[in-house]
Every structure is written in structure tokens, then in C-alpha cells.
Design a binder for this molecule. Structure first.
Ligand code: ADP
Ligand code: MG
Length: 240
């Protein structure tokens, strides 16, 4: 099967800083891959290379077998939720969610239908007329996910989507994300986190990152029970 996402020997340098060193990784349609590692290990850089927010210093990025390395983000057709990618504060929830659809000139009625559909998907029916500031952190994050899903992206990129939430809400949102995952059988999900609990709960496979490199990648239960690398064992074993 053609991978939904493929990184081929991708390196990213920022001046003298090497943020990513020769990353090879692929994600199948319908699969959730967690990029797990400590702060500064290159996870967000990898995700940005997929999203097109930065251009790799070397290597190629393919989506559904198509080389998109030289294409801007808006031509890649992805759903992206980044921590810093907050909702538009001056727009109601419905307009936030409709944004990508309107940019694609989807007819008005179809926009309204799709917005209702994705708000229902994330459990936010009835919140359409609110402004972001009138929502809790968890609700805002649900809306951000609905906005990313509105265009039916084949790939959903999530960069630490729960890190701003308190522990109890994080746990609730992990359950929400699992439910959502079941509703999106064909969507490939790349889930960036430094939280091993989230990775273990959500991912089919986990790619462990350290110092700009991929340490190892494996199916979640195997990686957890039989890590090949001692770094993986200590990182997965470590509590928050
Ligand atoms: P993570 O998401 O795993 O915390 P990042 O991918 O954000 O890590 O960063 C990896 C490394 O690249 C870090 O050393 C970080 O300081 C550096 N880095 C990331 N973005 C930039 C940038 N725009 N300019 C310079 N250095 C950067
Ligand atoms: Mg990051």
C-alpha cells in the first residue's frame, strides 16, 4: 500500500543547529504514528516538514506517493493542529471551522453541513455561535481538531494537542481522541508528544526520537514490552 506520509532521509538544519538528521519514516493510511521524545529532540521539526511549514535542508517528503517537498502548506491538503496554531479569536466557532472550506470555495450549504458534522464528531454541537474565549481549553482544542478535519484531510498532524490542558482533562481528551480515531478509519494520524502515556494509549506505532535522530520505531505493544534500545526503555518507563 502507498504510504499516506513518507519522509525520505530528511534533514533540517537551522544555521549550526541540526534539528533533524536523516529521518526515514512512513505512515500508512488509517494508522496512528506517535513521534515520541524529549523536548528538543526534533519532533515538531519533523511534523513541520510534513506540513510544509519548513523546507528540509535535504531529503524528500511524499504524501500518498506524491513528492510535495517543494509545495507550500496550502497545496498539501493536510489537517494540522499545532499548539501555537490557536483558533482565530475574532471568529465564532462555526467560522473558525468553516475557514478551510470557504478558502476552497465549497458552496455555502455544503459548508454548513460539514461544519455541523465535524462539530458533532468532536462533541461540540451547540457551541457554534461562541467565540474561542468563551470556551474552556479542552473545548478550544476540540474545535481546533474539528477545523483540521473539516476538509477531510487524508492526513491529520497533531503537535502536542493536549499539552496545555491539566492532567484530568488530558485523560478525558485521550478517550475522546480514541473515539474520534474510530470514526476516521482511513485517516493517517501523526501524533507528536513528549508524553509516553498518550503515545501508548493512542498510537499503533511509536517512533522514538532523541537528539534529532530516530532511535527506533515499532508497533506500540512490542516497543513497550521489548524495546531494542535502552533509551526507549527508560523513556517509556519514566513517569511524567
Ligand atoms: P521538539 O518538538 O522535539 O521539542 P523541535 O523540533 O522543536 O523539538 O526542535 C529541535 C531542535 O531544533 C531544538 O534544538 C530546537 O532548539 C531547534 N530549532 C527548532 N526550530 C528552530 C528554529 N526555527 N530556529 C533555530 N533552531 C530551531
Ligand atoms: Mg515540539
Amino acid at each position: 500500500m502507498t504510504p499516506a506520509v513518507e519522509l525520505r532521509d530528511v534533514s533540517v538544519h537551522f544555521g549550526r543547529t541540526v534539528a533533524l538528521r536523516g529521518l526515514d519514516l512512513s505512515v500508512a493510511p488509517g494508522e496512528t504514528l506517535a513521534l515520541l521524545g524529549p523536548s528538543g529532540s526534533g519532533k515538531s521539526t519533523a511534523l513541520k516538514a510534513v506540513a510544509g511549514f519548513l523546507r528540509p535542508t535535504s531529503g524528500r517528503v511524499l504524501l500518498g506517493g506524491r513528492d510535495v517537498t517543494d509545495e507550500p502548506p496550502n497545496r498539501r491538503g493536510l489537517g494540522v493542529v499545532v499548539q501555537s496554531y490557536a483558533l482565530f479569536p475574532h471568529m465564532k466557532v462555526v467560522d473558525n471551522v468553516a475557514f478551510g472550506l470557504r478558502a476552497r470555495r465549497v458552496p455555502r450549504r455544503a459548508v454548513a453541513e460539514r461544519v455541523a458534522e465535524v462539530l458533532a464528531l468532536v462533541g461540540m454541537t451547540g457551541f457554534g455561535d461562541r467565540y474561542p474565549r468563551q470556551l474552556s481549553g479542552g473545548q478550544q482544542q476540540r474545535v481546533a481538531i474539528a477545523r483540521a478535519l473539516a476538509i477531510r484531510p487524508p492526513v491529520l498532524l497533531l503537535d502536542e494537542p493536549l499539552s496545555a490542558l491539566d492532567a484530568a482533562l488530558r485523560e478525558e481528551m485521550v478517550a475522546e481522541l480514541l473515539r474520534l480515531r474510530a470514526e476516521l478509519p482511513d485517516t493517517a494520524v501523526v501524533y507528536v508528544t513528549h508524553d509516553q502515556g498518550e503515545a501508548l494509549a493512542l498510537a499503533d506505532r511509536i517512533a522514538v526520537m532523541r537528539d534529532a535522530r530516530l532511535v527506533e520505531v515499532g508497533a506500540t505493544p512490542e516497543l513497550y514490552h521489548r524495546p531494542a534500545e535502552s533509551f526507549t526503555a527508560s523513556f517509556l518507563g519514566a513517569s511524567n
